[in-house]
Design a protein. Structure first.
Lengths: 320, 325, 325
């Protein structure tokens, strides 16, 4: 069984990696787009941050009320401190320090540490949930196109129903019912986000079947298997890559939004949760709201740039 | 030209929508029943936490919700109840769910309507301009900003707007004032930040779609023909090119409306304290008041269904190339 | 050659360049010809020789960011069309000078009815109300041999056959009684029967309306059928100009002779069709000297170095070739 699986994977990827020239060609075209390169660079930076960052930062869960609400380096903020003995409020100027380069939150936790650990969460959720959604969507799409007839009909009606649900509302419902643990959140996002992929893959698979180059291959005597693996799949793979790149930001935002409204996993410090805390302390500690937001924004932006650049490289005729 | 085919198509499409509607309700039912615990559990947890006696309440709930009945009976009851307008009882607010919805939907409606209009008008105009001026600095600037617009998390945007305009600059109130009459200027002012929050993402999307649709058509041969006839450029763009771009655009806009807007509206309402359907769903979550959450989900989905139906039929009517005889 | 008095349009040293990212494309690089009243002048050459761009240049219809008329004059009615204002140009387009494009399906706006498109042009240039414009359109369509003109007016382009579409295009171009009609390869994208019909239409136009026509084609057979005079183009320049009978019986330029030889002769048996060796030059990398020299069977040393001057063979016949210096 695993032998067969390995064989299939090798055969699917062979057209891609054995054709290094092709990969290089696509890479050259992607490179032309400076924004896409910036996107990729940021993503790599983020991955590094998530993987090795936690080793270099303070403990994100360390609470320290003495150092609460400190601003980031370079900023100074006025805090009023209540002195029990004199029953007075005195205002003190608290500057940011390099010990907490991004400041601290209302419980004295180091912002930088929390942001870094949040990066981990966002990336993990992004990758895994997207992976689930894409695999599910591809299977359904390919199956639907391949089987045709009533199976195709039934699957597409089902897809239609799922697509009609507003993504976020459905997500909220599911997480509400099943509980806000990270596993469920990832599963929920994956199980609700496959519809777009299914549609796209199905239509691509259908159109590929009748395209000239497939007919040409068959006319030259290629077997069905060969046609599928050497011709159909490589074309679908590029589509999948683009879909994946452009889906990840939506997934990351979905998780952040869930955390933001309180349906996130409380044991994990995701950017959304930090943002939620920040909302209530806009007056006293605005950076708690600004920082995770900037990270979310840049991450989404990076994936969008990259996805757009990839799409341009693979199909420059499309005008979007 | 007889339009009977259109009526036939409409009927077919409505029938189809009914099937989808059935699918939606069924899936929702399945989700709720499959979830851990009975529907009463969440409410029970609440009651227990408040130190009240649980056993009587259990009996009442089970009788009311028929949890002991076989699943098909429950399903039938569920469907029956929904059609009769009996959407359950909201524990947390002590009123029938349907009443709750009746009093709050208008806030969601005004928010979504204003944001959509804002985004659609501005987005289409900028998109057209951007397409016509392709490769100029203005085009690059707009394209760049639309990237930013679609990437900015809208809940963060809302908070930032509050931070800058309400907290620091004091131009707007931080919280929506529900005592304001709906058709007043004050109400409009209070909606400025929420509309910008919800509308920006949509706006950026529309700019991109419009630009793309326009570009698809700008280089086509009929545009040169139009110019060759001596038409002024604005007629060429505004009538000839735009009409062709409009068709796929309408579909995309409507589809977007369905899938993205509700999530955004949900968050926007929460941030700004607008008492729309998103807000009541949010409150219900924390009160473990599940009928409300389910009801809001179903409403949102049905609106999407309706919008899809209307768009589909409108598009079929408008595009002269589609004829089903 | 002397300028004859009844020249209605005169193109002198026209140069239209396209400034692209990959370099400057000299699509038209010094073209001279004149169109006389009532004649059918053919611009002949392979694809890429610049004939279409020449036609577009007359009405400045090419895409203007990359394209620009860098030199030359186009004299019509004491106006220089290369330099006049957009407003003046628009008054001439569709009214004094009309152009018909080759692929009728893409040249017509798919979302407007035939009637709409023609009436639009009529109302733009002529002071007629809607009813009269409609009548005029119907008369035109009838003249073009389109049956049931009234029905056709409410049709959309995709509902018509290829031949009908081409007739509609021609009808549209004639709607305001232009003095000059430019036809860009109207017979290229159609099959043989329709080709014959269209040629008939052009013959009639000349006979009945004394229409001055510029007919663009790559097919010498067509030139022989309906042309009065021909301008052979290669590499963006005019290489030979003469009456059609002269060109066919006494071609001077090697390219012209090559084109004539390419015409299949049914009376002879041959194993292969004759063709001119080589391919049209890459517009970004034009050969030095005479653009045709790499493919010319009679190329001499000087052809590689210098561009050939214009030689006057007789009153009506001129050629640009070193063979005749």
């Amino acid at each position: 069984m695993t032998e067969r699986l390995r064989d299939i994977v090798r055969r699917i990827s062979r057209p891609l990696y054995s054709n290094a020239r092709l990969i290089n060609y696509y890479w050259q075209r992607t490179q032309r787009n400076k924004l896409a390169v910036f996107g990729l660079a940021f993503i790599i930076f983020l991955v590094l941050l998530a993987v090795i960052g936690p080793f270099f930062t303070l403990d994100p869960t360390a609470v320290n009320f003495e150092e609460k609400n400190m601003p980031p380096v370079g900023f100074t903020i006025e805090q009023s401190v209540y002195n029990i003995e004199t029953d007075e409020f005195t205002t003190k100027e608290i500057p940011g320090t390099w010990r907490h380069p991004l400041g601290t939150d209302s419980k004295g936790r180091d912002m930088l540490a929390m942001i870094v650990s949040g990066a981990r969460v966002s990336l993990l959720v992004g990758l895994i949930a997207t992976g689930i959604a894409i695999i599910l969507g591809t299977i359904i799409g390919v199956l639907s196109a391949y089987l045709g007839g009533w199976a195709d009909n039934a699957l597409m009606r089902f897809t239609d129903v799922m697509m009609t649900f507003p993504f976020f509302l459905l997500l909220v419902l599911i997480v509400f019912i099943f509980g806000p643990s990270l596993v469920f959140i990832v599963l929920a996002i994956g199980l609700t986000g496959w519809t777009g992929t299914a549609r796209l893959i199905r239509s691509e698979a259908l159109s590929l079947r009748t395209r000239e180059f497939v007919m040409a291959a068959k006319a030259l005597g290629a077997s069905d298997n060969r046609v599928i693996f050497r011709h159909l799949i490589p074309n679908v793979i590029s589509l999948i890559i683009i879909i994946a790149t452009l889906s990840i930001p939506g997934v990351i935002l979905a998780e952040a939004a869930l955390s933001f409204i309180g349906l996130g996993d409380p044991t994990v410090s995701s950017w959304g949760i930090i943002l939620e805390a920040g909302q209530t302390s806009l007056n006293t500690a605005w950076w708690v709201a600004v920082e995770p937001g900037i990270m979310l924004f840049l991450t989404v932006l990076a994936f969008n740039f990259l996805g757009d650049g990839l799409r341009d490289a693979f199909d420059p005729k499309s005008n979007v | 030209m007889g339009k009977s085919w259109l009526r036939d198509y409409l009927l077919k499409r409505i029938f189809y929508s009914i099937i989808i509607a059935w699918g939606i309700l069924t899936i929702t039912f399945v989700l709720v029943r499959v979830g851990p615990g009975s529907p009463a559990d969440k409410y029970l947890a609440n009651i227990a936490a408040r130190g009240q006696d649980v056993s009587q309440v259990i009996a009442a709930i089970e009788a009311r919700y028929g949890v002991d009945k076989p699943i098909f009976q429950q399903y039938a009851d569920y469907m029956g109840n929904l059609f009769q307008g009996n959407w359950g009882w909201s524990f947390s607010t002590s009123m029938p769910v349907i009443e709750l919805i009746k009093t709050h939907w208008i806030y969601s409606f005004q928010l979504i309507l204003l944001s959509s209009l804002f985004a659609a008008f501005l987005g289409v105009l900028i998109g057209i301009y951007s397409a016509v001026k392709q490769y100029t600095k203005v085009d690059y600037a707009f394209t760049f900003f639309s990237f930013i617009g679609i990437s900015i998390p809208n809940f963060w945007l809302g908070i930032m707007l509050i931070l800058v305009f309400s907290v620091k600059l004091g131009l707007f109130k931080t919280y929506y004032d529900t005592t304001l009459p709906l058709f007043s200027l004050d109400n409009l002012k209070a909606l400025v930040l929420p509309v910008i929050t919800l509308g920006t993402g949509m706006l950026a999307g529309y700019v991109r779609y419009t630009r793309s649709a326009m570009l698809d058509n700008l280089r086509k041969a009929f545009v040169t023909t139009a110019r060759a006839k001596g038409l002024p450029e604005r007629t060429v763009i505004g009538k000839h090119v735009f009409r062709n771009a409009l068709l796929p655009l309408v579909t995309i806009i409507m589809f977007d409306l369905g899938s993205i807007v509700f999530g955004g509206a949900y968050l926007t309402e929460i941030i700004f304290g607008i008492p729309g359907l998103g807000q009541i769903s949010f409150n219900a979550i924390f009160a473990n008041d599940y009928p409300v959450v389910v009801a809001v989900t179903i409403i949102g989905t049905f609106i999407v269904l309706l919008v899809n139906l209307v768009t589909d039929v409108t598009y079929t009517y408008l595009d002269p190339r589609i004829r089903y005889d | 050659m002397n300028t004859v008095d009844n020249a209605i349009l005169k193109v002198s040293n026209l140069k239209t360049y396209f400034f692209t990212r990959r370099g400057i494309v000299k699509a038209v690089d010094g073209v001279d010809f004149e169109l006389r009243r009532g004649e059918c002048l053919c611009l002949v050459g392979e694809s890429g020789c610049g004939k279409t761009v020449t036609a577009l240049s007359i009405l400045r219809l090419f895409d203007s960011p990359p394209g620009k008329i860098v030199d030359g004059q186009i004299s019509y009615n004491s106006l220089d069309l290369a330099e006049c204002s957009s407003k003046q140009l628009r008054q001439i387009r569709g009214k004094d000078i009309a152009i018909v494009f080759q692929e009728a399906q893409s040249a017509l706006n798919p979302v407007l009815t035939i009637g709409d498109q023609i009436i639009e042009q009529i109302k733009l240039h002529l002071p007629l109300d809607h009813g009269k414009a409609r009548d005029r359109t119907m008369t035109l369509l009838n003249e073009m041999g389109i049956p049931s003109a009234e029905g056709v007016m409410s049709y959309y382009p995709h509902q018509l056959s290829g031949g009908m579409k081409q007739r509609v295009l021609i009808a549209m171009s004639l709607s305001c009684n232009p003095q000059i009609l430019i036809a860009d390869e109207p017979t290229t994208a159609v099959d043989v029967t329709i080709k014959a019909q269209i040629l008939d239409i052009f013959r009639e136009l000349k006979a009945k309306r004394q229409m001055s026509t510029i007919f663009i084609t790559h097919d010498l057979a067509v030139v022989a059928e309906i042309g009065d005079r021909a301008v052979v183009m290669y590499g963006g320049k005019d290489v030979e100009t003469a009456p059609v009978s002269e060109i066919i019986s006494n071609p001077k330029h090697p390219y012209t002779s090559g084109l004539i030889e390419c015409l299949p002769d049914v009376s002879k048996t041959a194993d292969r069709l004759a063709s001119i060796p080589g391919t049209t030059p890459n517009p970004l990398e034009m050969p030095q000297g005479c653009a045709f020299h790499p493919r010319c069977p009679k190329a001499m040393k000087i052809c590689k170095q210098q561009e050939p001057p214009e030689i006057i063979i007789s009153k009506e016949h001129k050629v640009s070739c070193h063979l005749y210096t």
